[in-house]
Design a protein around this ligand. Structure first.
Ligand SMILES: *[C@@H]1O[C@H](CO)[C@@H](O)[C@H](O)[C@H]1NC(C)=O
Ligand SMILES: *[C@@H]1O[C@H](CO)[C@@H](O)[C@H](O)[C@H]1NC(C)=O
Ligand SMILES: *[C@@H]1O[C@H](CO)[C@@H](O)[C@H](O)[C@H]1NC(C)=O
Ligand SMILES: *[C@@H]1O[C@H](CO)[C@@H](O)[C@H](O)[C@H]1NC(C)=O
Length: 462
């Protein structure tokens, strides 16, 4: 972008006679350069620490370069002449391998139980490391069941609570052409002080087993539960996507509890602002106002609207954002007064490319900044590391660093879906100009860094 301005200025200057436009354009150029300079990452305490203790920091630059050794295995059995003639696109092939539960690459996407992250076994060297994609055990040695989830930091108990879909049941297809599903079991809750060792607090909102007309009857759909705390009412409020098995109900549900570990009392479901609502999240701003963000108009756009003061309902205010972008799985965060959002494309359980978006006002307009994934290899970056965004948590005491939480869905066995948690940073120049205005954006680049293994810097959690 700066090159464009420089060349405009250069062309104007080459007209030799110094005219008013030339002076003005030069001035504009200088101001833009200053703006760019102010956005460049400056040496802060963190980068000094990085220089002094490179190995100690979780952003290990050597790992950025490390590539997963992904190779497409030779085709099994006979292929149709048409298939052999048409050279498959690498990306499609990898996604097919990912979706094929008999693929030879299975162990790369879904490492088996022997590789599980197990906080009950205290090997000093292995402690506190995240291994994205591996089975993750709780403090009782069982795989964590908190899919499509989010984390609440509870100031009162100084604990983290991770809520998500408890999917420990059989995967089946309700209709021949229907997507793979698991009956609703409920919302699982896990507690932790360090974001690594998680204690199972049980199912805090359970499915309805007998009443078939109930929203949470096991034959329906409950996805993406998120919990926020309301300081005024002192209630923990859960919002979730509630749907029928064929996804035509497209509603949001609300439940409430006096305790972070439930039990949550289910209140009702509705179509917010009279619109269909599928993937969703809630975001609590610094000023205590909370917002519902949901995919609507058959996922063509997102809607953003503030909740009522008690967080139990939406208000009448709603804005349509990212219209025509077809995004889902929204995860929001705020940094230095700017709102950011990561979304995925809409391709069912199959992974796709993430996008980062930014806005000065949460109600929009939102600009799209491109794919935030960094490191690994192209296939990993273009599939969001074979995962889908679900939530983002600021890393305590590390301004500008966030924990990016994503789900690696396993459509053959949804209960065996994995978690992909990675460090995310907001720093440096945004690499795309604003689409809707001729000016530089106020925001910075969002980068989600691939790591096979990483951990939070000592003392940053809790
Ligand atoms: C721990 O790691 C260090 C260096 O990475 C290594 O020398 C040592 O053998 C490891 N210890 C164990 C018990 O794995
Ligand atoms: C079943 O659920 C519906 C909707 O929540 C409710 O109106 C009804 O009273 C319930 N029936 C029984 C028998 O609990
Ligand atoms: C979807 O399911 C609901 C009941 O769960 C049913 O009333 C509706 O007719 C179904 N719609 C389609 C298009 O199958
Ligand atoms: C699905 O995964 C779970 C682990 O979460 C495992 O216990 C179960 O046996 C698997 N089911 C099938 C059919 O492979």
């Amino acid at each position: 972008m700066s090159g464009n301005y420089a060349s405009i200025v250069a062309r104007l200057m080459s007209g030799s006679r110094c005219s008013l436009p030339v002076v003005l354009w030069s001035l504009v150029g200088c101001l833009l350069m200053l703006r760019i300079y102010s956005l460049l990452p400056h040496k802060d305490a963190l980068s000094r620490e990085l220089q002094n203790h490179p190995g100690k920091h979780f952003v290990d630059l050597r790992e950025f370069e490390e590539e997963e050794n992904l190779r497409i295995p030779p085709p099994r059995g006979k292929r149709s002449p048409r298939a052999t003639k048409r050279r498959p696109k690498r990306m499609t092939t990898f996604i097919n391998e990912f979706l094929d539960d008999s693929s030879q690459l299975r162990h790369i996407f879904f490492p088996d139980i022997k590789m599980a992250i197990d906080p009950t076994k205290h090997k000093d060297n292995d402690s506190s490391y995240y291994y994205p994609g591996r089975i993750w055990l709780d403090t009782e040695g069982n795989p964590i069941q908190a899919h499509g989830g989010g984390i609440l930091y509870d100031k009162r108990s100084r604990m983290y609570y991770w809520y998500g879909e408890y999917k420990d049941g059989p995967t089946y297809h309700a209709h021949k052409k229907g997507a793979a599903r698991v009956d609703i079991i409920g919302v699982g809750c896990y507690s932790s002080k360090d974001l690594w060792k998680w204690k199972n607090e049980g199912v805090v909102l359970a499915a309805e087993k007998t009443n078939e007309t109930h929203d949470l009857h096991k034959s329906n759909v409950l996805e993406r539960p998120k919990v926020i705390y309301n300081e005024n009412t002192r209630k923990y409020v859960m919002w979730m996507h509630v749907d029928s098995a064929n996804y035509t109900k497209a509603s949001v549900g609300v439940a409430v509890s006096d305790s972070p570990t439930g039990p949550f009392n289910y209140l009702h479901s509705k179509r917010p602002h009279g619109c269909d609502s599928r993937d969703m999240t809630v975001f609590q701003d610094d000023d205590g106002v909370a917002y519902l963000v949901y995919s609507s108009d058959d996922n063509r756009e997102l809607h953003v609207g503030p909740l009522t003061e008690d967080y139990l309902d939406v208000t009448r205010v709603m804005r349509r954002v990212l219209v025509g972008w077809h995004r889902e799985a929204p995860a929001l965060f705020k940094h230095k007064g700017i709102y950011y959002m990561i979304t995925s494309g809409c391709s069912g359980w199959a992974p796709n490319e993430a996008m980062a978006h930014a806005a000065e006002s949460i109600l929009g307009p939102w600009a799209t900044m491109g794919n935030p994934c960094v490191g690994g290899n192209k296939i990993l970056r273009q599939t969001t590391f074979f995962a889908q965004s679900t939530s983002i948590l600021p890393i305590p005491r590390l301004p500008g660093y966030f924990l990016f939480m994503a789900d690696r869905w396993n459509p053959a066995n949804l209960s065996d879906s994995r978690y992909v948690w990675l460090p995310m940073r907001v720093a440096g120049l945004a690499d795309q100009p604003l689409e809707f205005e001729f000016r530089f954006p106020l925001w910075q680049r969002v980068s989600i860094y691939w790591h096979k293994r990483w951990r939070l810097p000592h003392g940053s959690s809790g």
